[in-house]
Design a binder for this molecule. Sequence first.
Ligand code: COA
Ligand code: MG
Length: 304
Amino acid sequence: MKPNRTNLSVPGIMEKMHAKAIESKADVIMFDLEDSVPSDQKELARKTIIKTLSNLFGCTRTIAVRINSLDTPYAYKDIIEVVTAAGKIIDAIVLPKVNHEGDIHCISRLLDGIEMDLNLDHTIRIEACIETAKGLERVSQIAKACSRIKSLAFGIADYSASIGAKLTSMSGHGEKEPATYPGHRWHFPVSRMVMAAKANNLLAIDAPFGDFKNLPGLKESAAMAAALGCDGKWVIHPDQIKVVNQAFTPSAEDIGRAKKIIDIFNIQNNPPKSAIAVDGKMIDQATLRLARQLWDQAVYLKLV
Ligand code: COA
Ligand code: MG
């Protein structure tokens, strides 16, 4: 799978932003039909996205489209119109407010039909947004609903609304959290989602950070997500891409440390079988597993 460190959300109606997004260094460009598009402009957003995507045939960028949730009158048209017109270039459908594995089955069956009709030579994957209490409760079943699912993404503002958490900041997308709650306010839902994702070989993607002018705050938020096991984070502004890409890219120091640990365990004649001390710190088989994971990420991102 291609890298998924940054997922840049671009409002479907903002054609000017589409070009900027395509030129950006975001790993995934997500054209949005849901919350960044007013209800009376869904039709326009579909048309605008189709126009942009039609000009991108042959492009190698990873393209996703966020449709509306299944409890709206828009979702079925989003899928049928946009995927029929531009399925060739769409890598993934992002499904918001997934409450039940049946939601995934419904979208997947529709995609089955469109893919057959278009004779597509690739499978369109699904990113399931976990952003309701119901969705989090069923996250394990959702994660294993079907082989199209590639990732689970945490939706911070909708999840807050769903559980009745107090709005403590302007955007409700992750800013001012440290002042609101001692520790990581969303530690449990993010970790629960990460666990379901990783148990099913899926990627786990963190929510966006709404205070887009606050890059130190973004860096902290992304580092926290990486520490909890997330593989990437949504971004809502091009200025956020570099910081988030960096947070999910192993540094030269990290890679050097991982290599040193792997080399120690690779000693042919006498590899350590138990815990040993290196530079005054304990390392063991679990350390080796962590080091291998980091090394694999570096290989995946072509850093080594
Ligand atoms: N994708 C691509 N380009 C974007 C962008 C995005 N998400 N957000 C901003 N830009 C562009 C602007 O068009 C502008 O381009 P220009 O310099 O060529 O005029 C440039 O980046 C600077 O934008 P700026 O003026 O700082 O931001 P803004 O005030 O116009 O917009 C937001 C701020 C938050 C409204 C805007 O970033 C946005 O709509 N983000 C996405 C929101 C979204 O998708 N929400 C749903 C998912 S949570
Ligand atoms: Mg949401």
